[in-house]
Design a protein around this ligand. Sequence first.
Ligand SMILES: NC(=O)c1ccc[n+]([C@@H]2O[C@H](COP(=O)([O-])OP(=O)(O)OC[C@H]3O[C@@H](n4cnc5c(N)ncnc54)[C@H](O)[C@@H]3O)[C@@H](O)[C@H]2O)c1
Length: 458
Amino acid sequence: MPTAKESKDISRRNFMKVAMGGAGLVTANEILRPDLLASTGKSVNTTMIGVPFAARERVRLGIIGVGGRGTSLLQDLLAIENVEVKAICDLLAEKVARAQKAVTDAGQPQPRGFSKGEWDFKNLTQLELDIVYIATPWDWHVPMAVSAMKNGKHAAVEVPACTTLQECWDLVDTSEATRKHCVILENCCYGSNEMMVLGMVRDGLFGEITHGEAAYLHDLRSILTSSEGEGLWRRSPHMKRNGNLYPTHGLGPVAHYMDIHRGDRFDYMVSASSCEASLSAYVKAKFPEGDSKRSEKYICGDMNTSIIKTQKGRTILLQHDVVNPRPYSRLNSILGTKGAFADYPPRVFVDGPKQEDWQTVGAFRDKYEHPLWKTTGDLARKMGGHGGMDYIMNYRLMDCLKRGLVPDIDVYDAAAWSAPTPLSETSVAQTGAPQKFPDFTRGKWNVRSDSAPFALQT
Ligand SMILES: NC(=O)c1ccc[n+]([C@@H]2O[C@H](COP(=O)([O-])OP(=O)(O)OC[C@H]3O[C@@H](n4cnc5c(N)ncnc54)[C@H](O)[C@@H]3O)[C@@H](O)[C@H]2O)c1
């Protein structure tokens, strides 16, 4: 949902892509954005890879969207030292009031509230804040993150960060032009197992990595058809798009294992969807004749399966299924020349003369548990959000802001991990034809000297 000005920016860039790409002088990625240049005075297309936050004693924070997810993020943030929640925005005044009360109950002054319509978030982004958290429906992520960055704030966006390739580029362009980070809040990268497996990969336990498996397999049928919360908006994409609607929970951790944007990058993907059956069957079984849901037509196949090939020749199996009855899994597997990790349940195989079966991950915990989980794990588990990974993510992001560190996850990750939605959709529509990933890093996926999100800087 771009504003009139943002639509003008987009159509101007599309025009320049055609005009300049045809002349063979520059690629689409190299086009300058004078509109952004004028407002910042900085050169566009200067990378945000490896750019540290400015250190600060306190983090002043605003949150847009305090539904299910925003409320949970707020609870974590209120438990972190020297984080001041200064502003809250939601369409619904009662949700803003509830969040304001949570802040005052935690002993902080009442934050400013914004609930005067869909675009009131623009007033929040003009306050004196360091970072804006965005936990709204998917279509709103990009206008909100762009508004935050253009007003001089870092943006922390819920998953997926964006849903079209144009939106991916809008985030990258704006982050580079404004010199503000746009972080995707991919909590699964901060899971205890995921951070431990990253340590194992870095230590060479699995040898040279060749293949990974990532997924979001979660029976969301009752949530999708609820008359509140995500039921109000999350079913709609199932009527409009056929592909992987929610790629980042599985893909983020595997991208870290494979050093994506730290020596490798996603090159292309192919995708196919099964037929649709489960959501429509559920709706027919659960809702009586006459319920408007029964006339909805879902086009998203129940199971979408993609294969991503990386520049270095590795493969990633990527799946999406939120409608079939089955236990939860993100697959979360990684395979190399010396061994493998597979999740659900978590298990490790290391090649050797005596090794014939999986070992439980527990046998490796002493050596490989991440220091953040060692020091903060008990509190994180007590806070609860997704087994503690939410608190670790929020704690770590606030710590990076306070200490002036490079964020673990940047706008290039946000764009590349979210891009499988439009790329799978196109591939499915073209009977599985390969789709190239844009190089959101503009050729800099191989230059980073710190090959380690959250490992080297702790
Ligand atoms: N990382 C995770 O584990 C996780 C878990 C759940 C949801 N999410 C993500 O979080 C986001 C929010 O999901 P949710 O479950 O909280 O949904 P929700 O429907 O419970 O909450 C969304 C909130 O956004 C508000 N909103 C909508 N449009 C707005 C606007 N223009 N201005 C201000 N507020 C607006 C709504 O009123 C609502 O309160 C989604 O992107 C979702 O994918 C992530």
